[in-house]
Design a protein around this ligand. Structure first.
Ligand SMILES: Nc1ncnc2c1ncn2[C@@H]1O[C@H](COP(=O)(O)OP(=O)(O)O)[C@@H](O)[C@H]1O
Ligand SMILES: [Mg+2]
Length: 254
């Protein structure tokens, strides 16, 4: 890949002596949507946390726009972090704050004028299909609406890349598909680079330009949705078949 926006090189991370990432290499092109699949507990969330400096690798480099972020101090890391919008698993909204205060949180922290914050918040809420939801509290919203608020919040500060951690998990198929549409629309409207972590293959095929499968701490396979669907790698084929077969057998996740 000529000039990737994100590049993991030989990234390793262990917790209590147990390797989770083991020399992982991965590149994400500018404007691309890369979907990361892999079993539960396989290190997908850990991978995303490395990109925003919530975790530091034991070895390897992580280049963002050509610069290694691993050696950065906390202040320099904070400057990198604002380039990413993160849509966390479970939306992770502040329940005591209104929707408007959740979406405007980072903007206010940047000291933007109040009128501007209000304008941006209303625009972002409209873009995710929730115009006028500002005064409501997260507890009053459905799971799908909370995910939309999470996306509006991630987009508030005009990130160059958006990271989605299990954006459709816990949603019914109709709501999940609405979120998939929103991920595609967001990329088309803003041209952002996107990384979507999921174990939902319907979502992976729909939103991904490319899919990468994480397995035993490395990228086992990458390809377009068609290539991954046709993969003859038994590990990939078995994973996909398991997801398509209906409810997840929890024993397969252990
Ligand atoms: N901060 C942490 N401390 C210790 N272990 C962790 C930490 N974060 C993640 N892990 C472990 O790393 C493994 C991968 O977790 P995770 O990335 O959350 O998996 P998933 O692919 O389901 O997102 C799990 O075994 C998890 O328990
Ligand atoms: Mg996870």
């Amino acid at each position: 890949m000529a000039d990737p926006f994100i590049r993991f090189r030989g990234v390793s991370k262990a917790f209590n002596g147990r390797p989770v990432l083991a020399g992982l290499d991965l590149e994400v092109a500018r404007g691309e949507t890369l979907v990361i699949i892999g079993r539960s507990g396989g290190g997908k969330s850990v991978l995303l946390k490395h990109l925003i400096g919530l975790l530091r690798p034991d070895a390897g480099s992580i280049l963002v726009d050509g610069r290694d972020i691993v050696p950065l101090d906390e202040e320099a890391m904070a400057a990198v972090r604002v380039r990413f919008g993160m849509v966390f698993q479970g939306a992770a909204l502040f329940d005591s704050l209104t929707v408007e205060d959740n979406v405007g949180f980072a903007l206010r922290r940047q000291g933007r004028p109040e009128a501007e914050v209000r304008r941006i918040v209303e625009e972002r809420l409209a873009e995710v299909g929730l115009p006028g939801a500002g005064p409501r509290k997260p507890a009053e919203l459905s799971g799908g609406m909370r995910k939309r608020v999470g996306l509006a919040r991630a987009l508030a500060v005009n990130p160059e890349a958006v990271l989605y951690d299990e954006p459709t998990t816990g949603l019914d198929p109709v709501m999940a598909d609405a979120i998939n549409d929103l991920i595609v629309e967001t990329r088309e409207r803003l041209g952002v680079t996107s990384i979507v972590v999921t174990h939902d293959m319907t979502s992976a095929y729909k939103v991904g330009h490319r899919i990468a499968m994480l397995y035993e701490g490395r990228v086992r396979a990458t390809g377009t949705p068609d290539e991954i669907r046709a993969s003859t790698d038994p590990v990939v084929a078995q994973f996909i078949a398991g997801r398509a077969a209906g409810p997840i057998d929890v024993r397969s996740l252990a």
